[in-house]
Design a protein around this ligand. Structure first.
Ligand SMILES: Nc1ncnc2c1ncn2[C@@H]1O[C@H](COP(=O)(O)OP(=O)(O)O)[C@@H](O)[C@H]1O
Ligand SMILES: [Mg+2]
Length: 260
């Protein structure tokens, strides 16, 4: 079967350290997949490889879209973003001194990708005016329950809300694949539950594929259709949530006692 994204035998070394060690995985269109594993396992490095922020030492990353195949291992971060791959960061990256609205507007491209959000927002096939960009930004912020904060400076937002704004910024680029690096980090259980619903909602409404790194197992087990477990740079296991929860190797390396 042809997958939307296919990672084959990807390796990334930093000096003598192999952060990503012969990883193979795939994402199908419209899937919601989780990447879990202990700190230092190589999860963020894998996101850096997938989004072109760090080149692979070896291996191949293929994207199949619009009936074409693109070898992402030979593309830079900007080219990969143009192909519709977008991410959030484990360490939040916002323009701290810009408002919430400005943060979203600066993330928007002038180009409109056919199919994305047209069903939901009924927008024309490109932005003709700044007003149209603002209109989409308003609507995205409303979905994320951030309307009341549009004029607030990003630095004045509570941490959990900054994380939500990061996701809005990533969505504003009209991705077909969204990579979320620990989106629930620093959130309380109620915020995490809201975020879980929100991720499900955007994946369905915007018909995007999501790969998420997360330590919060309630979020992972509630959301993910499939899970990859990374340990010391290698894929330790992959499968459906129930299989992963019951896998003795995964329990030993990561989940530990009482993971349920
Ligand atoms: N730019 C870098 N230079 C050197 N080592 C790095 C770099 N990025 C990540 N590493 C190392 O790679 C390993 C995996 O890190 P990371 O991908 O951040 O893990 P995770 O996100 O699973 O916690 C760690 O040992 C980390 O120190
Ligand atoms: Mg990380």
């Amino acid at each position: 079967m042809e997958h939307l994204l296919q990672v084959e035998h990807v390796v990334r070394k930093f000096g003598g350290l192999t952060a990503v060690d012969d990883v193979s995985l795939y994402l199908n269109e419209h899937e919601l997949v989780a990447l879990i594993g202990p700190n230092g396992a190589g999860k963020t490095t894998l996101f850096n490889l997938l989004t072109g922020m760090v080149p692979a030492t070896s291996g191949v990353i293929d994207l199949r879209t619009n009936k074409q195949k693109y070898d992402l291992t030979h593309k830079n971060a900007m080219q990969i973003a143009d192909l519709g791959l977008s991410r959030t960061f484990q360490n939040i990256r916002l323009f701290k001194n810009l408002s919430v609205m400005e943060n979203v507007l600066t993330a928007m491209t002038s180009k409109y990708k056919e199919g994305f959000m047209t069903a939901v927002l009924r927008l024309p096939s490109f932005y003709r005016t700044e007003q149209e960009m603002k209109s989409e930004a308003h609507q995205l912020l409303e979905i994320f329950n951030l309307s009341a904060e549009e004029q607030t400076l990003a630095k004045n937002l509570p941490y959990g809300i900054q994380r939500r704004l990061e996701i809005v910024r990533a969505l504003a680029t009209h991705p077909q694949i969204l990579f979320l690096d620990e989106p629930a980090a620093g959130m309380n259980p109620e915020e995490t539950a809201d975020l879980t619903d929100l991720i499900k909602y955007i994946q369905e409404q915007f018909k995007i594929t999501v790969l998420l790194i997360e330590h919060d197992m309630s979020l992972v087990m509630n959301l993910a259709q499939r899970i990859y477990v990374l340990d010391q740079g290698k894929v330790l296991a992959s499968g459906e949530p129930a299989q992963i929860k019951a896998n003795p190797q995964v329990i030993k390396a990561y989940l530990g006692e009482g993971a349920d």
